[in-house]
Write a protein that binds this ligand. Structure first.
Ligand code: MN9
Length: 308
């Protein structure tokens, strides 16, 4: 049973990668290692089986296993949010019930995707899942699943267990508006790593994203700098982080992030087909490019860069 209030879940929350072995099988031991790595970095929580977890390339049973393994390894030390989104309501409910039984602190979901669902159907989807378990629900707003418009966000916020939003859109003025028109207690987690600074400046309570798996140090410092109203420092840090992000995004990015961790002694394995593995040439380019960025921006104290 969850002991935490969503209001207490804040700060830097990696959208955790799922570790696969070279054959594409879920790799429990690597997943546990990645969990321990993130715990030592003192991240504020974990978000499981979302986009960065390559969730739509997995079966429901595999998703459940990831949740069980990570919750076991975390042992209640930090909050864990489980993304339960799927295209069909029943599938999502099954994942939500499982997350609840395993002790997750919150659930989250993209809206149903692929088909053109109406606003009413999207509201119905969240209503049905939220009624199935007594956990706070975080709506996951991301263009890949079809962005939810502001009027629908307002409707969703009226559902009893819907308590927040993971906002992976670039229209950050809506973050202000959510806080103004829905309420300060409605939690907002900014989801564009490239805009973590902006997300926090516009009033988000935390950030959930991919790159917090690999370079969490920079984002913990960004959030801390903003807490101290040190915008100048936050901007310097975000500039360095963005140089890394935009460079890595030019490559197969899940595979690259996993490789960066492997170089630092925390082998997070491989990504799953149809994502392509890195070629030997990609690896050379990745390492050289990252070394050049580290040098240009004089970045230190970031484990994966220090160990290149
Ligand atoms: O919402 C992530 N989105 C995807 C979270 O994985 C599609 C982000 O963290 C991005 O990966 C990141 C890089 O563009 O901002």
């Amino acid at each position: 049973m969850s002991k935490r209030n969503l209001q207490d879940i804040k700060g830097v929350i990696p959208a955790m990668m799922t570790c696969f072995d070279e054959q594409g099988r879920f790799d429990e031991s690597r997943q546990r290692d990645l969990t321990r790595f993130l715990l030592t970095k003192k991240v504020d929580g974990l978000y499981l089986t979302g986009s960065t977890g390559e969730t739509f390339l997995m079966t429901g049973e595999e998703r459940k296993r990831v949740v069980e393994v990570v919750l076991d390894e975390v042992g209640g030390r930090i909050p864990v949010i489980v993304h339960v989104g799927d295209i069909g309501t029943d599938k999502s409910i099954e994942l939500a019930r499982h997350a609840y039984e395993c002790g997750a602190d919150a659930i989250s979901s993209v809206p149903p995707f692929y088909f053109k669902f109406s606003s009413d159907e999207i509201v119905g989807y969240y209503q049905d899942i939220s009624e199935s378990v007594p956990l706070p629900m975080i709506v996951y707003n991301i263009a890949l699943a079809g962005l939810v418009d502001f009027s629908t966000i307002k409707r969703l916020a009226k559902i009893e267990n819907v308590k927040g939003i993971k906002y992976t859109a670039t229209s950050h003025h809506e973050i202000l508006r959510i806080k103004e028109e829905i309420g300060k207690d409605f939690m907002v987690y900014s989801g564009c790593d490239e805009m973590a600074m902006s997300g926090m400046a516009y009033g988000s309570d935390g950030i959930i994203g991919s790159f917090y798996n690999v370079i969490p140090e920079l984002f913990l410092q960004i959030v801390a700098a903003e807490k101290n109203n040190d915008i100048k420092q936050a901007k310097i840090l975000q500039t360095s982080a963005d140089a890394i992000i935009f460079f890595v995004l030019e490559h197969s990015f899940f595979a690259s992030m996993k490789k960066m961790l492997a170089w630092a002694g925390h082998d997070a394995g491989y990504s799953r087909r149809p994502f392509a593995p890195l070629t030997a040439e990609d690896e050379v380019q990745l390492r050289e490019g990252l070394l050049a960025i580290k040098d240009k921006y004089q970045i230190s104290g970031v484990e994966v860069l220090d160990n290149l």
